[in-house]
Design a protein around this ligand. Structure first.
Ligand code: MOS
Length: 747
């Protein structure tokens, strides 16, 4: 469909870049109104128990305080009976702020102070007195894992582990080579630059415009309408820019509820922005424990794969991820047993974080594969090639496309893998131990039903709109490229409007599906627009295209041109005018099962990667740097190599953070997260990031989406941490099976 492309496939800069770097882009907490009031959350001092008394007298006496909301005076709304689960909510009872005197996690909102200024609200919040009756809490997964359970599957799109194949325990026992170990990954927090924030503009007459930090404006809209019993006409959510999401903005968070509650009760505009520290009592990636056992022949051919994982969830929801399924997908074996369980902790619910589940399970699998490579003496790349899955054995279907073999080969070549001395500790420069490690990555390639509108004006300008967000992935840019090519326009002649709940329907931006989904929707809308324009052009009196069919013409340079005779053409502006209006409009939906797509279940669709890493470790001090990364990715068609590369680099940087830095620490006596700031919760800084190279291997896929796209927002993180851990072993001979790999573990 995309022939003669000029923009698609080219490395274009972000169309929203200038707005972002000049401060023109407006984020949730930057919208304002003349009567804006400011809110501040008071958090619980205990992790579990009940509020016995709450006294806001002193806080309310502070000049400028408008109101202090608690569970005792909360306004009556439809909220009290609400059953609505947001689009991506797991089974369970979602947290309801100020619902009752019950405390379910540390720093849980227990009061909301609303004042004329932020400073007054914050000060008054410190004067709210709360007394508790404390009950014993559990925040330690190493204890709670003993009460793990299989999660209920209702209301979740998360694939359960496949049924066991063969007899994995018996085959493991009989295998000539065996590796078996436990691998753990610490709790991590998302920490987007833009904290969770909501500005509610009171429009009068019960109508509100909500600016929410969200990855899905229509999800926030549906939540607010449902919880407060409003019609969706009365709630418009407008969030054109998102300062990083990584999954933390998929679900409506409690600041949205609190800000809307206050606005409706006070009938004025209200802003609530969480502090960085409050963000740590909020959504996070769950700590996860993996037990992985591989049994193989002496040549490394796998006979048995067993992978069990236990992940943390909250007391009130069963947050689920795909952690273990990858182990039955990446490598074939006749005997496979995969299990996934949850354990309840007294914390806020964990949530999705970039490639939820995959970097956790794949860290275990790819570490174990490295251990198997050493046990068998087979090179790590060769071991993976000997165990290459030609088919998805979990679901017993073929792959829509899979160029992982090319990822291994091109990545190894670019990295110089053949120069690796396999002996641990054998490569060094002065005091520096050098380690080379590699791992595979895999992530889902999905398409979700999405709609888009395309409007061409008589001035030759094309306006594209869709409710999807652009969380920083480059969505504005790729949609501009697709639309410009479809109508033969310059990118400057196309505007793209996103992040407004009144625009054509879109799911949340997540799951790496937006390019495939919104991209296909824009393509479909533009295709309909082309057909209308062509028909109108052909009908003009004496039209040079009167006898032509649509396949005979091209849209180019603002004209509809006969391919065989460029002299015969109609101006787009004339084609628009021929319809009798000053514009032509088309709205289309694209999605699985629509516009000639394969049935979703007939093929399995995944993106793949091979990650090669060099680490250098100071022999005496244990200080480590990741000095070189080559990530070779197969993700179908690449719409924009520049924004695509940025996505992979971002994933790799996060993989480095996961491997070496990120770890949320809880004081289990208090049930409270302790390192709740960016000075103590470490993320990679510039000096931690050196050479990162991205290769996109050629991959043709005609089944995942009509535009050949498989998506790449998340694949970059998967496998990276395992490759680093494997490189650490190569450098030092130490196998570190718990992330992050800090100096104390290296020494
Ligand atoms: Mo992603 S964790 O689906 O935003």
């Amino acid at each position: 469909m995309l022939k003669n492309d000029t923009h698609v496939g080219s490395p274009r800069s972000r169309v929203d870049g200038p707005a972002k770097v000049t401060g023109q882009a407006t984020y949730a907490a930057e919208f304002t109104a003349p009567d804006l009031a400011h809110a501040y959350v008071v958090g619980s001092g205990i992790a579990r128990g009940t509020i016995t008394a709450i006294d806001a007298t002193e806080a309310e006496a502070v000049p400028g305080v408008i109101k202090v909301f608690t569970h005792e005076n909360r306004p009556g709304t439809a909220w009290f009976s609400y059953k609505y689960q947001d689009m991506v909510g797991p089974p369970g009872d979602p947290f309801r702020p100020l619902a009752s005197d019950e405390i379910q996690f540390s720093d849980q909102p227990v009061a909301l102070v609303v004042a004329e200024s932020f400073d007054v609200a914050r000060h008054a919040a410190s004067l709210v007195r709360v007394c508790y009756e404390q009950q014993p809490h559990e925040t330690d997964l190493s204890r709670a894992r003993h009460d793990s359970y299989e999660p209920p599957r209702k209301r979740t799109g998360i694939a359960p582990p496949p049924k066991p194949r063969g007899d994995a325990v018996k085959a493991f026992g009989e295998a000539p080579v065996r590796v078996s170990a436990e691998y753990t990954i610490a709790t991590e927090h998302h920490n987007p630059m833009e904290p969770h924030a909501t500005t509610v503009i009171w429009d009068g007459g019960g109508k509100i415009t909500v600016h929410d930090k969200t990855q899905g404006v229509q999800n926030s809209q549906a939540y607010v309408a449902s919880v407060f019993g409003l019609s969706s006409d009365d709630v418009r959510v407008v969030s054109p820019y998102v300062g990083g999401g990584f999954g933390s903005g998929l679900r409506p968070q409690h600041q949205l509820f609190l800000a809307v509650m206050a606005s409706l009760a006070l009938e004025r505009s209200v802003r609530l922005e969480l502090t960085r520290q409050q963000m740590f009592s909020h959504v996070h990636r769950p700590e996860t424990i993996n037990v992985l056992s591989l049994g193989a022949d002496r040549d490394g051919k796998l006979r048995s794969i067993q992978h069990q994982a236990v992940a943390a969830t909250s007391r009130f929801e069963d947050h689920q991820e795909v952690v273990v399924n990858w182990s039955g997908l990446l490598y074939p074996a006749e005997n496979v047993d995969l299990r996934y369980e949850l354990a309840k902790l007294d914390t806020y619910s964990p949530g999705d974080m970039r490639a939820p589940g995959a970097p956790l399970g794949v860290f275990a699998l790819e570490s174990a594969m490295d251990e198997l490579a050493i046990a068998t003496g087979v090179d790590p790349v060769e071991l993976r090639l000997r165990n290459y899955a030609e088919r998805d054995e979990n679901d017993d279907v073929p792959f829509s496309s899979k160029e992982l073999r090319a990822c291994y080969r091109q990545g190894a070549e670019q990295f110089g893998w053949s120069r690796r001395n396999p002996k641990p500790g054998s490569m060094r420069e002065g005091r520096e131990l050098i380690g080379w490690g590699m791992a595979s990555g895999v992530w889902e390639a999905n398409m979700m039903k999405t709609s888009a509108r395309a409007v061409l004006g008589a001035d030759g300008r094309l306006a594209i709109s869709c409710a999807t967000s652009d969380i920083g992935t480059g969505t504005y840019t790729i949609l501009t490229q697709i639309a410009a090519d479809a109508l033969g326009l310059a990118m400057e002649d196309v505007t793209v409007e996103l992040g407004d709940s009144s625009l054509p329907t879109s799911p949340v931006q997540g799951g790496s599906w937006t390019a495939a989904s919104a991209g296909s929707a824009v393509m479909a809308a533009c295709q309909t627009l082309r057909e209308t324009l062509f028909k109108q052009a052909a009908k003009i009196d004496g039209s040079p295209l009167a006898d032509a069919a649509i396949d005979d013409v091209a849209f180019s340079d603002g004209r509809i041109v006969l391919r065989t005779d460029a002299a015969r053409s109609v101006l787009l502006a004339d084609a628009v005018g021929a319809g009798g209006h000053d514009k032509v409009e088309a709205e289309e939906a694209a999605g699985p099962g629509l516009i000639g797509m394969m049935l979703p279940k007939s093929h399995a669709s995944y993106t793949h990667a091979a990650v090669f890493v060099e680490v250098r470790i100071d022999e005496d001090l244990g200080v480590m740097r990741v000095t070189r990364v080559v990530n070779a990715v197969a993700a179908g068609r690449i719409l924009n190599p520049k924004t695509a590369r940025s996505q992979i680099i971002g994933g790799v940087v996060w993989g480095i953070g996961m491997a070496m830095h990120e770890e949320t620490l809880t004081d289990h006596r208090l049930g409270r997260m302790m390192n709740h700031s960016l000075s103590e919760y470490h993320v990679p800084a510039n000096a931690d990031i050196q050479d990162i190279e991205v290769i996109f291997v050629e991959e043709h896929d005609d089944k995942t989406s009509p535009i050949g796209v498989k998506g790449l927002g998340e694949i970059g993180i998967v496998g990276t941490a395992a490759a680093i851990a494997n490189a650490v072993h190569h450098a030092t001979g130490k196998r570190i099976r718990s992330l992050p790999i800090t100096i104390d573990k290296i020494l």
